[in-house]
Design a protein around this ligand. Structure first.
Ligand code: C2E
Ligand code: MG
Ligand code: MG
Length: 749
């Protein structure tokens, strides 16, 4: 009993001492509080409450702290803690960043994490769904900042709606100022129970709420808090759990072992982390799937672009831009492939080298635009008569090449060539103008003529030249001796110049006959080259080459003067009464009005009167009808020289020009005459030309009359004049002189 009294007395003493100490030496502690229910509620004018307050009171009572609560906004309190204006801040979430500025208690008050709530009608279920949404955030809250960081990191822009407290976050959602909002789970557990507010599965930023003090200041405060909290947390019956139960209505219960809440907290944190990571991964997967899709699309479009560019390059490399046919390279590739395929077989192949006749005239006369249009049309025509497996390409300017595979006899190739020529027979419309075109075709056969690509091509080219020299509009097979002739062509220009100097040129004269009276009314001077090596060379073999090089100009001047001199001689000898001399002139002689000058010179030097001279100009002159040509023609006509339109119907003609230009005579080309008598269509062309000439008051000379039938037909249809082998071939001057002065009856029945 004595002991008991003693003990009680002792305890009383101890308690009194302790109380006296507390009253006398209580430690003032300024505690910053802000609204963060239920950790701390700091309603104005009321004492703060909450879990953090319960605990600090519990500690303060035991540690003799004299607490002064400092309510302020969270931001201000953080500032004040930094400056040391307050000693402790309660309910402060730990972050590494904050740990650099402040001293945190070791023991956390509780674990917490961010949760996203949404309006019931907002379609938000995962983090990416927040993209573009209005999200209510409590200013400066860790969770708010964490969510901002998270969405920024996920490249999901959104519109923040900042508020000051968590209840305001819910208000913003209810009032639809925000589609969603972020609060912490502790707040959510107690307050987020509004019908319009729905919890999402988005959880983030697991944090632990601690007490914090200014760095380095009063470490005893935090040490005391840590000590007490550790003890309290270890006892499920402690004031700590009472407070949690009170504020969170979460009862750990007696049956729960001590370790469970912490294990659960750790598991919860882990779960949160896992959910965040899973959400993040899902989002990343979605994002990267999207990104992959975008890259795949980009790659696809890059591939397509590249393919297009490649196709374009191929087009440029292997196709001709104008006609869209394969070009020289395209041809070579095709021929190479075909020849490779033919090796070891006994199949044959023909190479047709096509050169468009007189394209140069069209380019010079109508311009390159017209020439291009003509080539396009020609390409279409040629293609239209070929079989699908024949390969047509444009080889160069006016050259096309066809690979005709699977041929049996060589006549198959000839048939194709004939079809190609026929395809060009009808005039081609170039705008309002009609152009007659033709081509020269050379044919080389594989393996008959050659087996290599180069030689085959060379042989086809040689044959084409031969066809051209024979007047064009025809096809020829390659013959070995042709090569020799083409080599000659290369030296032709030099040799022709020498011919002019060495007096190897001469004129033959072909009579022009009045069909009714059979009288010779004129002669056409036709150029011949008496080559010491080759004998008599016809103009077809060298005129076009001379035109190409320009040698035709001095050559033409020589013809003009020689012809005028001859007629003047016959006149002087009284053998050529009223007879005219027709001289062929090339369109190139018009350049620089050279023709007018040389005609004047020839007439004045030989003393021939201009009315006895007739200049034959091919109708292609109309292609180059410029001021220079027109004024030359006017000057010539003004001088009294006669003008005649040669080879009428084979080239380009314009009716309006025919009416305007000062021509006296039309010469119907022999290709029409040779068809008489023929099918109705052919003879009709002749009768039409005759009617036309009559209408235009032009004289008509029919060329190339070879038969009596032709002669009679022409005469009956009102053609006044003619020339042809029927009456006489072109003859040397002395032979012709013998025919003059008497009616020409030879050969005519
Ligand atoms: P062209 O002016 O149409 O001359 C008529 C051509 O037809 C001549 O050929 C003549 O020999 C030929 N011919 C005449 N009657 C007949 C016939 O009944 N049947 C056949 N199949 N042919 C006949 P040639 O002499 O070979 O002259 C060819 C072309 O060369 C001439 O055609 C002319 O365009 C040109 N040419 C001739 N001499 C000259 C010249 O001095 N200067 C120029 N620039 N060209 C000339
Ligand atoms: Mg002529
Ligand atoms: Mg002619």
């Amino acid at each position: 009993m004595v002991f008991r009294i003693f003990l009680q007395a002792g305890l009383f003493w101890l308690a009194s001492c302790s109380l006296a100490w507390a009253a006398q030496d209580s430690i003032p502690v300024r505690v910053g509080v802000f609204e963060n229910s239920p950790i701390v509620t700091a309603a104005p004018g009321a004492l703060p409450e909450g879990i953090a307050i319960d605990m600090i009171r519990w500690v303060a009572e035991r540690e003799g702290w004299q607490i002064t609560y400092v309510p302020d906004s969270f931001d201000n309190l953080v500032e004040r803690l930094d400056k040391g204006d307050i000693d402790l801040l309660v309910g402060f979430a730990y972050s590494d960043e904050r740990a650099k500025r402040f001293q945190f208690s070791q023991q956390s008050l509780l674990g917490n994490w961010g949760m996203v709530f949404r309006h019931a009608q907002a379609d938000i279920n995962s983090l990416p769904d927040l993209k573009g949404k209005r999200i209510a955030l409590m200013r400066s809250s860790t969770h708010g900042q964490a969510l901002v960081a998270l969405l920024t990191q996920f490249d999901a822009p959104f519109t923040p709606v900042y508020v000051d407290t968590y209840p305001q976050v819910l208000e913003a959602i209810v009032e639809r100022r925000a589609d969603a909002g972020a609060v912490n789970r502790v707040f959510a557990a107690l307050h987020a129970h509004h019908p319009d507010v729905v919890v999402t599965s988005i959880v983030f930023n697991p944090v632990f709420v601690h007490y914090a003090a200014p760095k380095g200041a009063n470490p005893a405060l935090l040490a005391a808090l840590d000590r007490h909290l550790a003890a309290l947390k270890a006892d499920p019956q402690s004031a700590y759990y009472d407070s949690l139960r009170h504020w969170l209505e979460a009862t750990p219960g007696n049956r729960v072992p001590n370790w469970l809440p912490w294990t659960a907290a750790a598991a919860g944190s882990l779960l949160v982390l896992v959910l965040v990571v899973a959400g993040f991964l899902r989002y990343q997967v979605q994002r990267q799937t999207g990104e992959l899709q975008r890259r795949a699309d980009q790659l696809q479009s890059e591939i397509e672009q590249r393919e297009q560019a490649q196709a374009h390059l191929n087009q440029l490399a292997y196709f001709d831009g104008l006609t869209k046919l394969p070009n020289r390279e395209g041809f070579r590739t095709a021929l190479h492939q075909t020849l490779t395929g033919l090796q070891g077989t006994d199949e044959r192949l023909a190479l047709l080298f096509i050169d468009v006749d007189r394209l140069k005239n069209i380019n010079d006369g109508l311009g390159h635009g017209a020439g291009d249009l003509l080539l396009q049309q020609i390409a279409i025509r040629l293609q239209s008569v070929l079989r699908a497996h024949d390969h047509l390409s444009r080889f160069g300017g006016d050259e096309f090449v066809v690979i005709v595979s699977e041929i049996g006899a060589s006549s198959d190739a000839e048939l194709v060539a004939t079809r190609l020529l026929q395809s060009l027979a009808m005039p081609i419309d170039i705008g309002a103008t009609q152009i007659y075109s033709s081509a020269s075709i050379g044919i080389a056969l594989y393996p008959d003529d050659a087996t290599s690509m180069e030689t085959l091509l060379k042989h086809a080219d040689t044959a084409m030249y031969q066809a051209k020299e024979q007047g064009g509009n025809r096809s020829l097979f390659y013959q070995a001796q042709q090569t020799e002739r083409v080599v000659e062509r290369l030296t032709l220009d030099t040799r022709l110049r020498q011919a002019l100097e060495r007096d190897e040129l001469l004129l033959h004269y072909q009579p022009i006959v009045e069909l009714g009276s059979r009288r010779i009314v004129g002669v056409e001077a036709l150029l011949r080259w008496n080559d010491p090596d080759r004998g008599m060379v016809m103009p077809g073999a060298f005129i076009s080459a001379a035109e190409d090089t320009g040698l035709i100009v001095p050559l033409g001047e020589w013809v003009l003067e020689a012809g005028c001199a001859q007629l003047r001689d016959w006149q002087k000898r009284g053998m050529a009464d009223g007879m005219t001399l027709a001289v062929n002139v090339s369109t190139r002689q018009f350049e620089g009005r050279r023709l007018v000058k040389s005609v004047e010179q020839s007439l004045s030097r030989t003393g021939l009167a201009p009315e006895f001279l007739e200049l034959e100009i091919t109708e292609n002159v109309m292609l180059i009808m410029n001021d220079e040509v027109r004024s030359s023609l006017d000057s010539l006509r003004g001088m009294g020289v006669r003008l005649s339109l040669d080879d009428f119907g084979t080239g380009y003609s314009s009716l309006s020009y025919l009416k305007q230009l000062p021509f006296h005579t039309l010469k119907i080309d022999q290709s029409f005459v040779s068809k008489i008598p023929g099918q109705a269509g052919d003879t009709q062309i002749v009768t039409t030309i005759l009617a036309l000439a009559k209408g235009l008051e032009l004289e008509v000379v029919a060329e190339g009359i070879e038969t009596q039938v032709q002669y009679d037909f022409l005469r009956e249809h009102g053609c006044e004049f003619g020339q042809g082998y029927l009456m006489s071939r072109p003859q040397p001057a002395d032979v012709l002189a013998a025919m003059l002065g008497r009616p020409l009856v030879a050969g005519i029945a």
